[in-house]
Ligand binder design. Structure first.
Ligand code: ATP
Ligand code: MG
Length: 348
């Protein structure tokens, strides 16, 4: 069996450091490991439209932003196919057939979708497209026969849904589709990076992000304004590190070398955490270190991004070529699906 990756992002905003540690960084490592036969990175504009159908300009503008973020982080179009979802019409057709294999009750049970519906306050005006996006995500994954899907933790229910559809399809129509598995970040803090406001998830739609494209000043302002432990009022108070986003970001990004360079009084993060927990370490010092770490991590990404941004037509040409190739692969799977379903009436 071939080793094939599919991942993607919704063009609802620029990509942030949660995307970076949750999925992007891993994708680049996997891409450069040469262990994969094919890698597909999808800009999920059709999915973004399920809750932004009234704002197509936003989706369109963010396709460019997300593509720039990819290139800046090291996704290389020579090794990975970067494509735009809406330009692979075969995905919609697959979705239509997969819809028959899922019940409304099953869709309503998806915990990530449930949370998102609540956050977006849809109530009775929930668009059908939004509720069914896990089915279209199954089409995205299976169209490319992907067996590996590097994602953040919030995507686990989507992968479970995809596996169920694949099993049910293969059971009914014969072995055709490949069951995918999720690959999560190894570092626990990266599974679901919290927002700068302490909310459970940094999310483009919640406005609590540090973006990969933020300027040095913006990064500093955001880090200095971060939520910490509300009970850590005086420096001498004992503090909490496990639910404190400043420490969670340090878990995700800092190395012992950062300590040697910026705060040599601690050998590593464990020593610093112990000090905060017993009291006597102020938030300002933690934030200053975090700012240094974030600046060092994001500066090279920002510089590369500015380089790619000088030639936007070249970025769109790359997306066009990627989409054409992706379309040819998805068309092949669709014809296998139709044959399995016995709806290949006009095939010789
Ligand atoms: P939206 O609010 O529009 O849904 P988002 O910020 O959730 O945007 P997505 O495009 O839905 O971003 O997610 C893209 C990928 O990034 C997914 O694999 C998801 O699991 C991962 N991801 C998103 N946010 C985080 C986060 N805070 N921590 C870790 N991974 C994340
Ligand atoms: Mg999301």
């Amino acid at each position: 069996m071939k080793n094939i990756i599919l991942t993607g992002d919704r063009p609802t905003g620029k990509l942030h450091i949660g995307h970076y540690v949750g999925s992007l960084k891993r994708r680049v490592e996997l891409q450069n490991s040469d262990k994969f036969d094919e890698i597909y990175v999808m800009i999920a504009d059709a999915q973004a439209l399920t809750d932004n159908f009234d704002n197509p300009d936003k989706v369109r503008a963010n396709i460019t932003e997300v593509a720039l973020d990819y290139l800046a982080c090291g996704i290389d179009p020579k090794k990975s196919t970067i494509f735009v979802q809406s330009h692979v019409a075969e995905l919609t057709e697959l979705t239509f057939y997969y819809m028959n294999l899922v019940t409304l009750a099953r869709l309503e049970r998806n915990p990530t979708v449930k949370t998102e519906i609540r956050q977006k306050g849809f109530g009775a005006s929930l668009p059908m497209g939004f509720l069914t996006y896990p089915v279209s995500q199954t089409a995205d994954i299976t169209a490319f026969k992907a067996n590996v899907v590097p994602v953040g933790e919030d995507q686990l229910p989507m992968l479970e849904q995809a596996r169920e559809i694949v099993r049910s399809f293969n059971g009914l129509y014969g072995e055709t589709l490949v069951e995918p598995k999720a690959v999560l970040p190894e570092n626990k803090s990266c599974l679901r990076l919290p927002g700068t406001d302490g909310m459970a998830k940094m999310s483009k739609s919640l406005g609590n992000c540090i973006y990969l494209s933020d300027s040095a000043d913006e990064i500093k302002r955001k880090v200095m304004g971060m939520y910490t432990d509300p009970n850590h009022v005086k420096v001498t108070d004992p503090g909490n590190t496990s639910e404190n986003p400043t420490f969670i970001y340090l878990d995700a990004f800092s190395t012992d070398e950062h300590f040697a360079k910026y705060l040599p009084e601690y050998a590593n993060l464990s020593e610093m955490k112990a000090h905060y927990e017993r009291g006597g370490l102020g938030d300002m010092k933690v934030k200053k270190l975090l700012n240094n770490v974030m600046q060092e991590t994001l500066e090279p990404i920002r510089i590369r991004r500015e380089e790619f941004a000088k030639d936007i037509p070249a970025v769109w040409e790359m997306l066009k070529q990627g989409s054409e190739y992706a379309k040819s692969v998805a068309a092949q799977t669709l014809s296998e699906v139709k044959r399995a379903m016995k709806i290949n009436y006009f095939e010789k």
